[in-house]
Ligand binder design. Structure first.
Ligand SMILES: Cc1cc2nc3c(=O)[nH]c(=O)nc-3n(C[C@H](O)[C@H](O)[C@H](O)COP(=O)(O)OP(=O)(O)OC[C@H]3O[C@@H](n4cnc5c(N)ncnc54)[C@H](O)[C@@H]3O)c2cc1C
Length: 428
């Protein structure tokens, strides 16, 4: 039998803390909750439930943090994807939820870092930068709206000249600095949270791909060599799973997105580019984002192949974009290039819900999942304790289901995204 696939070659994997290799599942187990997927969603849910006294088994097909959670930009941004749609469909109920949870993921992450001594380079401070006047006006409106509620103490609106003191570039119109947002080493965060979950009694298995969720009066989660009988199941395989196709098929499409890490620039040059170590993210629909690492590299992410094809030349695709923003890096070398899969519902609102009695799922953060996955862990932990408010709210959202999504879904998404890219380019 072949073992699990190792973490993708990335700067994160190269700088990850040592983690135990967990065995695959063999034989039969019983537990209160079985979690499928060892990314942020699965690990956060498992830790939440273990902290509340539940017995938990977590099954990960590869290694903990192998999926998007161990590969992403590490930008811990505020709020959810699809916020406009949530408010459009749910009105004040949606708006109230968004206000209440805007930084809930940050609180959970920061509490866990402190409580379990997780070393993951977590730094507060990020800026959303505007690529055109319309985006700058939208950032100003966001600032005004927060200020009108007396809740803008952590926000600073800057114009082009003001931004220069924080990011050494001339390509943006300005930005909105958010001192509650953050960035971190996501693989080390996920590995640290898994270690904490184990310390709370969670049994974790790696190389344990779930093949089916069956039922013998209670849900039974099956792998090639074992079975877990559970009172409740959480399916958190995100863009990497194909389980429960009848209920979930066509609701979300997988897309590939990419990152590069430069060579180390040295402390001085890295500080000159990002003097107060902000994470930077533009306000485009198909966005570029970058930040400094603890060893003074620039980590730059962007591009999505909505056809779900991997780009062969990731460096060739991303480096020119980085150099356009930071021309002072004209001769910089790239040392790591990698990609990963994200899940995108067509209306971009994450999918959180109940598949059937005692079986729940979460997926589809549309590339905005570091903070939200932690909130989802709490929402699903609540659902298992029969507190259904969060799940009910997400289930009230209407989603499009693409028929025959495996065949026509990604071309459709690619077409839609070309439209949004054109809008970004035209500044409308
Ligand atoms: C390159 C990139 C950059 C990104 N940048 C950011 C960013 O800067 N900020 C941000 O907020 N978000 C970002 N994202 C998105 C973010 O990483 C995801 O939204 C988040 O990590 C999703 O977590 P998850 O646990 O739901 O899924 P994943 O981390 O993908 O985990 C799913 C896990 O389930 C496992 N699995 C799947 N099927 C099975 C099965 N049948 N049995 C057992 N296990 C299974 C997989 O092996 C995987 O480990 C980025 C994503 C990528 C790829």
């Amino acid at each position: 039998m072949t073992g699990p696939t190792e973490h993708v070659r990335s700067w994160y994997a190269a700088t990850a803390h040592a983690a135990p290799r967990r065995a695959p599942l063999t034989g039969d187990l019983e537990t209160d909750v079985c979690v499928i997927g060892g990314g942020f969603s699965g690990v956060a849910a498992a830790l939440t439930l273990a902290e509340r006294g539940r017995t938990v088994v977590l099954l990960e097909a590869q290694r903990i943090g192998w999926g998007a959670s161990g590969r992403n930009g590490g930008q811990v941004l505020a709020g959810w994807s699809g916020e406009g749609e949530m408010v459009r469909q749910l009105g004040e109920r949606g708006a109230e939820f968004l206000r209440r949870t805007k930084y809930r993921g940050h609180e959970i992450i920061e509490d866990r870092i402190a409580k379990y001594a997780i070393d993951c380079d977590y730094v507060n401070g990020a800026v959303t930068v505007s690529a055109n006047l319309k985006q700058q006006e939208a950032l100003a409106a966001e600032y005004e709206s927060e200020a009108s509620r007396g809740d803008a103490g952590h926000l600073t609106l800057v114009d082009k000249a003001g931004l220069r003191a924080h990011v050494a570039t001339d390509v943006y119109m300005g930005g909105l600095i958010d001192r509650k947002a953050a960035h971190c080493h996501p693989l080390n965060l996920c590995l640290g949270e898994a270690r904490a979950a184990e310390a709370q009694g969670v049994r974790i298995f790696e190389g344990a791909a779930v093949t089916r969720i069956s039922d013998d009066g209670a849900p039974v989660v099956e792998t090639a060599a074992g079975r877990v009988r559970a009172r409740s199941v959480i399916l958190a395989g995100n863009a990497y799973h194909k389980l429960e196709g009848r209920s979930l098929g066509g609701l979300m499409l997988p897309a590939q997105t990419f990152m590069i890490a430069t060579e180390s620039l040295g402390a001085e040059q890295a500080r000159a580019i990002l003097p107060d170590n902000l994470g930077v993210c533009d306000a485009n629909w198909v966005l570029d984002y970058f930040r400094k690492t603890s060893d003074h590299r620039i980590l730059f992410g962007g591009r999505c192949t909505y056809s779900n094809r991997e780009i062969i030349d990731i460096e060739g695709s991303l480096l020119p974009r980085l150099k356009r923003i930071l021309p002072q890096l004209d001769d910089v070398k790239v040392e790591f290039a990698w990609g990963g899969a994200i899940g995108i519902p067509l209306n971009r609102v994450p999918l959180i819900g109940k598949l059937r009695e005692n079986v729940y799922y979460v997926q589809g953060y549309s590339g905005h999942g570091v903070n939200c996955s932690h909130i989802a862990g709490e929402i699903l932990g609540d659902a298992i304790e029969a507190k259904m408010d969060g799940v009910d709210l997400f289930e009230a959202i209407r989603h499009f289901r693409i028929p025959a999504a495996d065949i026509i879904g990604n071309p459709m998404l690619a077409l839609g995204m070309t439209w949004f890219r054109m809008r970004d380019a035209a500044g409308i």
